[in-house]
Structures are given as C-alpha cells and as structure tokens.
Design a protein around this ligand. Sequence first.
Ligand SMILES: NC(=O)c1ccc[n+]([C@@H]2O[C@H](COP(=O)([O-])OP(=O)(O)OC[C@H]3O[C@@H](n4cnc5c(N)ncnc54)[C@H](O)[C@@H]3O)[C@@H](O)[C@H]2O)c1
Length: 257
Amino acid sequence: MNNKTVLITGAASGIGLEIAQAFLKADMNVAILDFSQTAIEEAKTQLSAFHQQCTFFACDVTKEPQFMDAIDAAIAQFGHIDILVNNAGVQHIAPIEEFPSDTYRRLIDIMLIAPFLAIKKILPLMKEKGDGRIINMASINGLIGFAGKAGYNSAKHGVIGLTKVAALEAAPFGVTINALCPGYVDTPLVRNQLEDLAKTRDVSLDRVLEEVIWPLVPQRRFLTVDEISDYCLFLSSPSAKGVTGQAIVIDGGYTTQ
Ligand SMILES: NC(=O)c1ccc[n+]([C@@H]2O[C@H](COP(=O)([O-])OP(=O)(O)OC[C@H]3O[C@@H](n4cnc5c(N)ncnc54)[C@H](O)[C@@H]3O)[C@@H](O)[C@H]2O)c1
C-alpha cells in the first residue's frame, strides 16, 4: 500500500467523493470529512471495496473544535497528512439586498475560514516533513463575478488569495498549494441550483440549459467529476512539484469569452 494519506473535506458527495475514490484507487489512505450523515452512509457503501484504506468523520467544518478533533483523529489513525483537499462547499443564490447575513457568513465560514483553519493546522506538519500538497477547491466564481452569488463569489475569491499567500509561505519547505477553478461540474450542488432556476422561471430544466447555461459554456457540456479528480492526482504527483500558488481553471471555455 502507498503510505500517503489524503484528507478531504466535503468528500461524501460530488467532486469530493470522486477525488476520494481516485486517491483510493491510487492506493493511498483517505480521511473523508463531511457533515451529512446521509451522504456519509451512501459514500461508505460506494467505497466499501476500499474500507481498509478509508475512514469517515462526521464533522461540520464551521465548528472549529469539531473540525480540529477530526483532523487530529485522522493524524492519529494514519500518522500524517500528506495531501489536504479543502473541498466542502455550498451555494446560495439571491440578490445582495435579499441575501440573509447569516447565510453569507456561513458560506464564508465553510469555503474560506475552514480552509484557513485546516491549512493553519496541517501546513506546519508538512513543512516539518519537507513535503506536502494542498488543493483548495475554488471555482471560476473565484475569478469572475456572477449576479446572485455574493456569498459564494466572496468566499471563492478569498480562497484564491489565501492560496497565493500560503503557497509563498510554504514554497521554501517543499509544500505546494494550489486552487482549482472548475466551471459547471455535474454534481448535486449544480443540479439543485439548476432546478431552483427552472422553478423560479417556471420553465423546464432543458430550457434553463439552452437559455442560461450553454450560452456561457463554449463546450456546451457539464464537466465530469473525474476531470477534476484527475487534476488533483496530477497536482499530488512528483511531476507537479513546481506548480504552486496557481488558480487553475478547468471550465470548458467559460472564462475565455
Ligand atoms: N459542481 C460544480 O459545478 C462546482 C464548480 C466549481 C467549484 N465547485 C466546488 O467544488 C466543491 C464541491 O462541490 P460539489 O459540486 O461536489 O457539491 P456537493 O454538494 O456534491 O458536495 C459538497 C459536500 O460538502 C459537504 N459540506 C457542506 N457544508 C459542509 C460543512 N459545513 N462541513 C462539512 N461538510 C460540508 C456536503 O455535505 C457535501 O457532501 C465545493 O467547494 C464547490 O464550491 C463545484
């Protein structure tokens, strides 16, 4: 068995689950953190073939003591964290004047403060070892604006800034830190968003795709989760040791227009 250990937040569903599976297939140990007990139970079934290599932690990354305890437990079990993937995320869409302040704070907590806390705890261990990889799941919404996504876009822009600072601080110690910026990936998060849009406009999902989404995506398709997990494997490989501090865009051409 490969000795490397990966810790992934929000890994019981969507992109995180696919990343977990990709690292498990690469023979690594994986610690899966997620706050949805239902999603964890489903993920346990899906990943049952790998039960010796992976452990599940039910944990809300916005609750600092709980989050830090889960990281400690993963370190106690596997001995070290070699790769950290800050992936947990949620969406809320509303114009700023209608955006609940608590929801705005929660989005920042999940997608900006939690990555900061995890990096603060795990980076010193990686620096001490002289090796490590950190991947922050940002979004194209970390690079461009999108009306209605004040919380999400603020968090994703913030996490790209955090990535650059952390990468500079980590660079002399053999640790790389990058942000991935996907466009639309076919996951529950995006499906829910599109269904809400269809309901609000009282039109079919197909019409939302034709009128709202495909005009934004030159490739006229959703990305698949494995296109994102493959990048995580690459960033964790020896070939990527010179890639750090980057916001890497994978978006079917969205942001080139
Ligand atoms: N799907 C896309 O098109 C897309 C595009 C760009 C970026 N992203 C980012 O990728 C990441 C994963 O998104 P996804 O599409 O797979 O969504 P998803 O809803 O399928 O998965 C997100 C996971 O995060 C978990 N989570 C949410 N809040 C949490 C909390 N407080 N504590 C612990 N776990 C929590 C959820 O339970 C869920 O399992 C997110 O950061 C998202 O912003 C997604």
